[in-house]
Design a protein around this ligand. Structure first.
Ligand code: F0G
Length: 525
């Protein structure tokens, strides 16, 4: 029988097929995906990809499934846009409770819902820009007001003409009459107008991953995902992670001032004001797709100070790290990184619904944003209710799920570190926190085996190793496009000791293959 024609991502599925990874799964539960063998029997595969992080509570968590069924069976409204959404507010209340617990003294946060991680990132970027535009508007209103005040004071003889115009480029002499002062104000306005055309600058970190939509892909460092689409968006300024001095230097290059007039001690004086050119900084507390790299508490503290000085909002992308994956609900809370906004996605939908959210601290929140940003599907009745139930499951028993993520993660990490100790020639590094783990293999581009060398040079060795783990050990691991030598391991909190052992057995086998350059076994398990 001919295979059916593929219409959906045929190229990608074909590529997966080349590695034996184009398996059709027919059932999923906890950390297992099942396919049917030739006899029609179910074969379990240990799923350590974990839906790229969307399955903190595993596949088809029975309580979430039962609740989802109940919602659908009882006719719970899914699409009731432009009406009250108390369940969405309850999600906000739970999230605010968590924020208050993990960031003591934090102010309340408003919540804006979206449908995917990248969409929440774009909402956050838009909110930063919206806030910047409104700040710019009020700055220019204030400058205009101050010019009127100065002119009136001058006419009424309550203020003297400015005697120093050096802040204004172009050697304009100090005015000697009211008319000349009017001309000076005109020159100041023209100067400010020119400065106001300065494009906003957004910062992100090298190795960052923030999504692949038109806007969010500009914040994703890997040129593979960004370069072809660069002309569709504003160029983001990438700075090295954990190097606050470099950030400060680059940021200072982008600081822009405009001119204002003030009456000081009876004299009209030209003064500089900071123009809001800097629109925002996006950071992941632990970079996920970029290779599992954590930010340090020192960097977190310093960027907060630097950003406060220029009122640059910090958007903390917790899409990968949040929901308790690294042992606390927010990975940023563990390093004391206080954001102006946070974005959540992935497991927020409990592995069933597609939803994401942006939290903005209320003193920076612009309520008018709600009138200019929306989506048909965001904040729908189904996904918000599922998100609420998911949060309840995570929060129950004083957040036992977070402790479990930390404990299971430590156990996996300990096993991997032992492996790295036993195979230092093969394993380059083991990194991660909680259930966000990376195993980096040593470079094989000089390998003795031509097959292994070739795969490494093509950046496909991890696919080949993943293929071997899948076919020989029924283990599914995730690659990382940005670090082609890394296997990503993101299981649910329910991963058992036996499953960790299964992973160990598979990885020992892979390490032996690499140590002995046994390409034949690797390619034909
Ligand atoms: N931000 C981070 C930190 C992410 O890891 C991802 C996705 C996104 C945003 C975008 O979310 O896919 O729902 O639009 N990360 C996946 C990964 C794809 O490979 O880790 P999305």
């Amino acid at each position: 029988m001919n295979a059916p024609t593929r219409y959906a991502e045929a190229l990608l599925t074909g590529m997966l097929g080349a590695f034996g990874l184009d398996v059709e799964y027919v059932r999923a539960e906890k950390n297992s995906l099942y396919y049917l063998d030739d006899t029609g029997a179910e074969v379990p595969v240990l799923d350590l990809v974990g839906g790229w992080g969307s399955l903190m509570l595993g596949h088809n968590h029975p309580e979430i499934v039962a609740y989802a069924k109940e919602l659908l069976e009882t006719g719970w409204p899914v699409h009731s846009q432009h009406s009250a959404h108390p369940v969405a507010d309850q999600v906000g209340a739970v999230l605010n409770g968590i924020v208050g617990r993990e960031f003591p003294g934090a102010e309340p946060h408003s919540v804006v819902f979206a449908n995917s991680g990248a969409e929440a990132v774009e909402a956050a970027v838009k909110h930063c820009e919206f806030d910047r535009v409104l700040r710019m508007k009020s700055l220019f209103e204030q400058i205009e007001w101050n010019a009127d005040v100065a002119l009136t004071a001058l006419r009424e003889g309550a203020a003297a003409l400015p005697d120093d115009t050096s802040l204004l480029p172009g050697d304009m002499p100090a005015p000697t009459t009211v008319e000349e002062f009017g001309a000076l104000l005109g020159a100041v306005a023209a100067h400010n107008l020119e400065r106001a055309a300065t494009a906003p600058v957004f910062f992100a970190l090298e190795r960052a991953f923030h999504g692949k939509l038109v806007g969010s892909t500009q914040f994703t460092y890997n040129p593979l995902f960004r370069a072809a689409f660069a002309s569709l968006g504003r160029e983001v300024c990438f700075v090295p992670p954990n190097d606050a001095a470099a950030f400060e230097d680059i940021l200072s290059e982008h600081r822009v001032t405009v001119l204002d007039v003030e009456v000081v001690d009876g004299v009209i004086t030209l003064v500089e004001r900071e123009f809001p050119a800097v629109a925002g900084l996006l950071v992941e507390p632990i970079q996920g797709e970029g290779g599992i790299h954590a930010l340090t508490p020192e960097f977190a503290a310093r960027i907060r100070e630097i950003c406060d000085e220029v009122r640059c909002p910090i958007v903390v992308d917790e899409i990968q790290t949040g929901m308790g994956r690294t042992g606390t609900f927010f990975a940023s809370s563990a390093i004391g990184l206080v954001g102006d906004a946070y974005v959540l996605g992935k497991s927020l939908g409990g592995g069933i619904a597609k939803t994401s959210a942006m939290l903005v601290r209320q003193s920076r929140y612009r309520p008018e944003f709600e009138l200019v940003h929306s989506s048909t599907f965001a904040k729908d009745g189904f996904s918000t209710a599922v998100a609420l139930r998911t949060l309840e499951l995570l929060e129950v028993d004083d957040g036992a799920a977070y402790d479990r993520a930390a404990e299971r993660g430590e156990r996996i990490l300990a096993m991997l570190r032992e492996l790295a100790g036993a195979y230092p020639d093969v394993v380059a590094d083991v990194r991660g926190k909680g259930l966000l783990i990376g195993l980096e293999f040593a470079d094989q581009s000089q390998a003795a085996s031509p097959v292994i060398r070739q795969k490494a040079l093509a950046g496909l060795l991890v696919f080949q190793l993943g293929s071997y783990l899948q076919l020989a050990h029924h283990i599914r691991t995730g690659p990382t496009a940005s670090v082609p030598t890394m296997l990503r391991i993101e299981p649910s909190i329910y991963i058992s000791d036996e499953e960790i052992d299964q992973l160990r057995t598979g990885l020992v086998d892979v390490c032996e293959i690499l140590r002995h350059q046994d390409a034949l076994t690797l390619i034909h398990p």
